[in-house]
Write a protein that binds this ligand. Structure first.
Ligand SMILES: C[S@@+](CC[C@H](N)C(=O)[O-])C[C@H]1O[C@@H](n2cnc3c(N)ncnc32)[C@H](O)[C@@H]1O
Length: 280
Protein backbone atom coordinates (compact mmCIF):
# COMPACT_ATOMS: atom_id res chain seq x y z
CA UNK A 1 0.00 0.00 0.00
CA UNK A 2 1.15 3.54 -0.71
CA UNK A 3 2.04 5.98 2.06
CA UNK A 4 -0.95 8.16 2.94
CA UNK A 5 -0.43 11.88 3.21
CA UNK A 6 -0.46 15.07 1.36
CA UNK A 7 -2.57 16.91 -1.08
CA UNK A 8 -1.61 19.60 -3.52
CA UNK A 9 1.23 20.76 -1.28
CA UNK A 10 2.86 17.36 -1.63
CA UNK A 11 2.95 17.80 -5.38
CA UNK A 12 4.33 21.36 -5.03
CA UNK A 13 7.10 20.07 -2.76
CA UNK A 14 8.14 17.36 -5.21
CA UNK A 15 7.92 19.73 -8.19
CA UNK A 16 10.15 22.32 -6.50
CA UNK A 17 12.67 19.71 -5.45
CA UNK A 18 12.83 18.16 -8.92
CA UNK A 19 13.37 21.56 -10.55
CA UNK A 20 16.27 22.09 -8.17
CA UNK A 21 17.64 18.63 -8.87
CA UNK A 22 17.64 19.36 -12.58
CA UNK A 23 19.57 22.61 -12.13
CA UNK A 24 21.98 20.97 -9.67
CA UNK A 25 22.71 18.08 -12.02
CA UNK A 26 23.27 20.52 -14.87
CA UNK A 27 26.03 22.10 -12.81
CA UNK A 28 27.40 18.74 -11.66
CA UNK A 29 27.49 17.25 -15.16
CA UNK A 30 31.12 16.76 -16.10
CA UNK A 31 32.33 17.57 -12.59
CA UNK A 32 34.57 14.95 -10.94
CA UNK A 33 32.49 14.62 -7.76
CA UNK A 34 30.67 11.43 -6.91
CA UNK A 35 27.12 12.29 -5.92
CA UNK A 36 25.05 10.81 -3.10
CA UNK A 37 21.30 11.16 -2.78
CA UNK A 38 20.36 10.91 0.89
CA UNK A 39 16.64 10.62 1.63
CA UNK A 40 16.03 10.75 5.39
CA UNK A 41 12.27 9.98 5.37
CA UNK A 42 12.00 7.96 2.19
CA UNK A 43 8.48 6.49 2.43
CA UNK A 44 7.34 3.53 0.35
CA UNK A 45 7.96 4.97 -3.12
CA UNK A 46 4.34 5.95 -3.71
CA UNK A 47 2.00 8.45 -2.07
CA UNK A 48 -1.76 8.31 -1.70
CA UNK A 49 -2.75 11.98 -1.91
CA UNK A 50 -6.51 11.73 -1.37
CA UNK A 51 -8.30 9.26 0.87
CA UNK A 52 -11.56 9.50 -1.08
CA UNK A 53 -10.24 8.79 -4.57
CA UNK A 54 -7.30 6.61 -3.59
CA UNK A 55 -5.30 8.64 -6.09
CA UNK A 56 -1.65 7.63 -5.96
CA UNK A 57 1.31 9.66 -7.14
CA UNK A 58 4.94 8.69 -7.41
CA UNK A 59 6.83 9.48 -4.21
CA UNK A 60 10.07 11.45 -4.26
CA UNK A 61 12.22 8.34 -3.90
CA UNK A 62 10.78 6.77 -7.04
CA UNK A 63 11.07 10.04 -8.98
CA UNK A 64 14.70 10.51 -7.96
CA UNK A 65 15.53 6.93 -8.95
CA UNK A 66 14.07 7.62 -12.43
CA UNK A 67 16.02 10.84 -12.77
CA UNK A 68 18.91 10.38 -15.20
CA UNK A 69 19.35 13.56 -17.28
CA UNK A 70 21.53 15.66 -17.15
CA UNK A 71 23.25 13.29 -14.73
CA UNK A 72 22.46 10.44 -12.34
CA UNK A 73 23.48 10.05 -8.73
CA UNK A 74 26.29 7.59 -8.03
CA UNK A 75 24.77 6.34 -4.80
CA UNK A 76 21.30 6.38 -3.19
CA UNK A 77 20.72 6.11 0.54
CA UNK A 78 17.12 5.81 1.70
CA UNK A 79 16.24 5.83 5.40
CA UNK A 80 12.78 4.62 6.35
CA UNK A 81 11.85 3.77 9.92
CA UNK A 82 8.75 1.78 9.02
CA UNK A 83 9.78 -1.69 7.90
CA UNK A 84 6.76 -2.25 5.64
CA UNK A 85 7.44 0.99 3.77
CA UNK A 86 11.12 0.12 3.49
CA UNK A 87 10.27 -3.30 2.06
CA UNK A 88 7.93 -1.76 -0.54
CA UNK A 89 10.62 0.68 -1.59
CA UNK A 90 13.25 -2.05 -1.82
CA UNK A 91 10.87 -4.07 -4.00
CA UNK A 92 10.40 -1.10 -6.36
CA UNK A 93 14.17 -0.70 -6.67
CA UNK A 94 14.74 -4.40 -7.37
CA UNK A 95 11.92 -4.63 -9.90
CA UNK A 96 11.96 -1.29 -11.66
CA UNK A 97 15.53 -0.09 -11.21
CA UNK A 98 17.61 -3.30 -11.25
CA UNK A 99 20.73 -1.45 -12.42
CA UNK A 100 20.58 0.67 -9.26
CA UNK A 101 20.24 -2.22 -6.79
CA UNK A 102 23.98 -2.29 -6.16
CA UNK A 103 24.17 1.49 -5.92
CA UNK A 104 21.45 1.90 -3.33
CA UNK A 105 20.74 1.11 0.29
CA UNK A 106 17.33 1.08 1.96
CA UNK A 107 18.03 1.46 5.66
CA UNK A 108 14.74 -0.03 6.92
CA UNK A 109 13.91 0.42 10.60
CA UNK A 110 16.60 3.08 11.03
CA UNK A 111 16.36 6.65 12.19
CA UNK A 112 17.13 9.63 9.94
CA UNK A 113 19.03 11.45 12.70
CA UNK A 114 21.49 8.62 13.22
CA UNK A 115 22.01 8.13 9.50
CA UNK A 116 22.62 11.84 8.89
CA UNK A 117 25.41 11.65 11.44
CA UNK A 118 26.76 8.49 9.80
CA UNK A 119 26.80 10.24 6.42
CA UNK A 120 28.60 13.23 7.96
CA UNK A 121 31.22 10.81 9.34
CA UNK A 122 31.67 9.28 5.89
CA UNK A 123 31.99 12.67 4.14
CA UNK A 124 34.69 13.67 6.62
CA UNK A 125 36.67 10.45 6.01
CA UNK A 126 39.46 10.32 3.35
CA UNK A 127 37.21 8.35 0.98
CA UNK A 128 34.33 10.76 1.49
CA UNK A 129 36.35 13.73 0.26
CA UNK A 130 35.43 12.82 -3.34
CA UNK A 131 31.70 12.97 -2.63
CA UNK A 132 28.97 15.62 -2.55
CA UNK A 133 25.46 14.94 -1.34
CA UNK A 134 21.91 16.17 -1.58
CA UNK A 135 19.94 15.50 1.60
CA UNK A 136 16.18 15.50 1.22
CA UNK A 137 14.56 15.63 4.66
CA UNK A 138 10.82 15.18 4.46
CA UNK A 139 9.29 14.27 7.83
CA UNK A 140 5.62 14.34 8.91
CA UNK A 141 6.44 16.21 12.10
CA UNK A 142 9.13 17.11 14.61
CA UNK A 143 11.38 14.06 14.14
CA UNK A 144 14.53 15.91 13.02
CA UNK A 145 16.99 16.70 15.81
CA UNK A 146 19.16 19.78 15.64
CA UNK A 147 22.35 17.90 16.55
CA UNK A 148 21.92 15.63 13.53
CA UNK A 149 21.72 18.60 11.15
CA UNK A 150 24.59 20.28 12.92
CA UNK A 151 26.84 17.33 12.03
CA UNK A 152 26.64 18.50 8.37
CA UNK A 153 28.50 21.73 9.13
CA UNK A 154 31.26 22.53 6.62
CA UNK A 155 30.45 19.56 4.36
CA UNK A 156 29.53 19.43 0.67
CA UNK A 157 25.86 18.80 1.36
CA UNK A 158 22.91 20.67 -0.09
CA UNK A 159 19.89 20.30 2.15
CA UNK A 160 16.19 20.53 1.38
CA UNK A 161 14.07 20.32 4.50
CA UNK A 162 10.39 20.38 5.29
CA UNK A 163 9.94 22.30 8.54
CA UNK A 164 6.65 21.57 10.35
CA UNK A 165 6.01 25.20 11.28
CA UNK A 166 2.20 24.88 11.34
CA UNK A 167 1.64 21.19 11.86
CA UNK A 168 4.23 20.67 14.62
CA UNK A 169 5.80 23.77 16.11
CA UNK A 170 2.70 25.94 16.29
CA UNK A 171 0.65 23.10 17.75
CA UNK A 172 3.19 22.57 20.49
CA UNK A 173 3.29 26.28 21.24
CA UNK A 174 -0.48 26.37 21.47
CA UNK A 175 -0.59 23.77 24.20
CA UNK A 176 0.07 26.15 27.04
CA UNK A 177 0.76 29.80 27.61
CA UNK A 178 3.80 29.23 29.73
CA UNK A 179 7.12 27.42 29.47
CA UNK A 180 8.74 24.95 31.79
CA UNK A 181 6.72 22.14 30.25
CA UNK A 182 8.04 19.07 28.53
CA UNK A 183 7.27 20.35 25.01
CA UNK A 184 9.76 23.16 25.49
CA UNK A 185 12.43 20.46 25.57
CA UNK A 186 11.06 19.11 22.30
CA UNK A 187 11.16 22.57 20.76
CA UNK A 188 14.62 23.17 22.21
CA UNK A 189 15.95 19.96 20.62
CA UNK A 190 14.28 20.88 17.38
CA UNK A 191 15.74 24.38 17.10
CA UNK A 192 18.96 23.60 18.94
CA UNK A 193 18.09 26.28 21.47
CA UNK A 194 17.65 26.54 25.17
CA UNK A 195 13.95 26.24 26.20
CA UNK A 196 14.20 29.73 27.71
CA UNK A 197 15.20 31.13 24.29
CA UNK A 198 12.14 29.45 22.77
CA UNK A 199 9.97 31.16 25.33
CA UNK A 200 11.53 34.53 24.54
CA UNK A 201 11.00 34.07 20.78
CA UNK A 202 7.39 32.97 20.85
CA UNK A 203 5.80 34.48 23.96
CA UNK A 204 5.39 37.91 25.45
CA UNK A 205 4.32 38.98 28.88
CA UNK A 206 0.79 40.25 29.13
CA UNK A 207 0.86 43.63 30.90
CA UNK A 208 -2.34 42.65 32.69
CA UNK A 209 -1.94 40.36 35.68
CA UNK A 210 -4.40 37.52 36.02
CA UNK A 211 -7.15 37.40 38.65
CA UNK A 212 -4.75 36.32 41.39
CA UNK A 213 -2.08 38.86 40.47
CA UNK A 214 0.12 36.35 38.57
CA UNK A 215 2.08 37.31 35.43
CA UNK A 216 0.60 35.89 32.21
CA UNK A 217 2.43 34.94 29.00
CA UNK A 218 0.83 35.03 25.57
CA UNK A 219 1.88 33.46 22.34
CA UNK A 220 2.82 35.91 19.58
CA UNK A 221 0.27 36.28 16.77
CA UNK A 222 2.36 35.19 13.79
CA UNK A 223 4.06 32.14 15.37
CA UNK A 224 4.04 30.06 12.16
CA UNK A 225 5.92 32.70 10.16
CA UNK A 226 8.17 33.43 13.13
CA UNK A 227 9.04 29.73 13.35
CA UNK A 228 10.07 29.72 9.67
CA UNK A 229 12.24 32.82 10.13
CA UNK A 230 13.84 31.37 13.27
CA UNK A 231 14.57 28.03 11.58
CA UNK A 232 16.17 29.81 8.66
CA UNK A 233 18.26 31.85 11.09
CA UNK A 234 19.29 28.66 12.88
CA UNK A 235 20.23 26.90 9.63
CA UNK A 236 22.54 29.82 8.88
CA UNK A 237 24.67 28.66 11.81
CA UNK A 238 25.32 25.40 9.91
CA UNK A 239 25.22 26.44 6.24
CA UNK A 240 26.56 29.62 4.67
CA UNK A 241 23.40 30.21 2.64
CA UNK A 242 19.73 29.44 3.28
CA UNK A 243 16.84 30.02 0.88
CA UNK A 244 13.60 31.84 1.53
CA UNK A 245 11.08 29.50 3.15
CA UNK A 246 8.26 28.33 0.86
CA UNK A 247 4.97 27.99 2.77
CA UNK A 248 3.00 24.82 1.95
CA UNK A 249 -0.71 25.09 2.68
CA UNK A 250 -3.61 22.68 3.04
CA UNK A 251 -6.94 23.01 1.22
CA UNK A 252 -8.20 25.53 3.80
CA UNK A 253 -5.12 27.70 3.17
CA UNK A 254 -3.54 27.01 6.57
CA UNK A 255 0.26 26.70 6.49
CA UNK A 256 1.38 23.20 7.39
CA UNK A 257 5.08 23.36 6.58
CA UNK A 258 7.78 25.62 5.23
CA UNK A 259 10.11 24.07 2.68
CA UNK A 260 13.63 25.51 2.45
CA UNK A 261 17.07 24.81 1.04
CA UNK A 262 20.52 25.32 2.55
CA UNK A 263 24.01 25.03 1.10
CA UNK A 264 27.54 26.33 1.42
CA UNK A 265 27.50 27.23 -2.27
CA UNK A 266 25.87 30.60 -3.09
CA UNK A 267 24.66 29.58 -6.56
CA UNK A 268 22.79 26.60 -5.10
CA UNK A 269 20.68 28.85 -2.91
CA UNK A 270 20.24 31.39 -5.68
CA UNK A 271 18.74 28.64 -7.83
CA UNK A 272 16.52 27.51 -4.93
CA UNK A 273 15.31 31.09 -4.39
CA UNK A 274 14.46 31.52 -8.09
CA UNK A 275 12.40 28.33 -8.04
CA UNK A 276 10.67 29.26 -4.77
CA UNK A 277 9.86 32.77 -6.02
CA UNK A 278 8.10 31.37 -9.09
CA UNK A 279 6.11 28.97 -6.92
CA UNK A 280 4.93 31.57 -4.36
C1 LIG B 1 6.21 12.33 4.79
S1 LIG B 1 6.63 10.67 4.69
C2 LIG B 1 7.86 10.62 3.44
C3 LIG B 1 7.39 10.80 2.04
C4 LIG B 1 8.45 10.62 1.00
N1 LIG B 1 9.55 11.53 1.20
C5 LIG B 1 7.88 10.77 -0.39
O1 LIG B 1 8.01 11.81 -1.03
O2 LIG B 1 7.30 9.79 -0.87
C6 LIG B 1 7.57 10.36 6.12
C7 LIG B 1 8.12 8.95 6.25
O3 LIG B 1 9.12 8.96 7.27
C8 LIG B 1 9.07 7.75 8.01
N2 LIG B 1 9.69 8.05 9.32
C9 LIG B 1 9.11 8.56 10.43
N3 LIG B 1 10.03 8.81 11.39
C10 LIG B 1 11.24 8.50 10.86
C11 LIG B 1 12.58 8.59 11.33
N4 LIG B 1 12.87 9.06 12.54
N5 LIG B 1 13.59 8.22 10.49
C12 LIG B 1 13.31 7.75 9.24
N6 LIG B 1 12.06 7.62 8.74
C13 LIG B 1 11.03 8.01 9.53
C14 LIG B 1 7.60 7.39 8.04
O4 LIG B 1 7.44 6.00 8.21
C15 LIG B 1 7.12 7.89 6.66
O5 LIG B 1 7.14 6.86 5.71
Amino acid sequence: MANQFGGEWTEIKIRVFKKYLHAYMQIMKGKPWKLIYFDGFAGSGDIQTKKETEEVIEGTARQVLSFDEPRKFDFYYFVEKDLDNAQLLQRIINKEFPTLTDKSVVAGGDDCNQKLQDMAGFLKSPKGKNYKAIAFIDPYGMQVKWDALDSLKGLGVDLWILVPTGIGINRLLKKKEKSGQVWFETLGNFFGLDPKEIEDKFYYEDPQLDLFGERKFKKIENAVEAAAILYKERLRTIFKHVSDPLPLRNSTNAVLFHFMAASNVPVAVKIANDIIKKEK
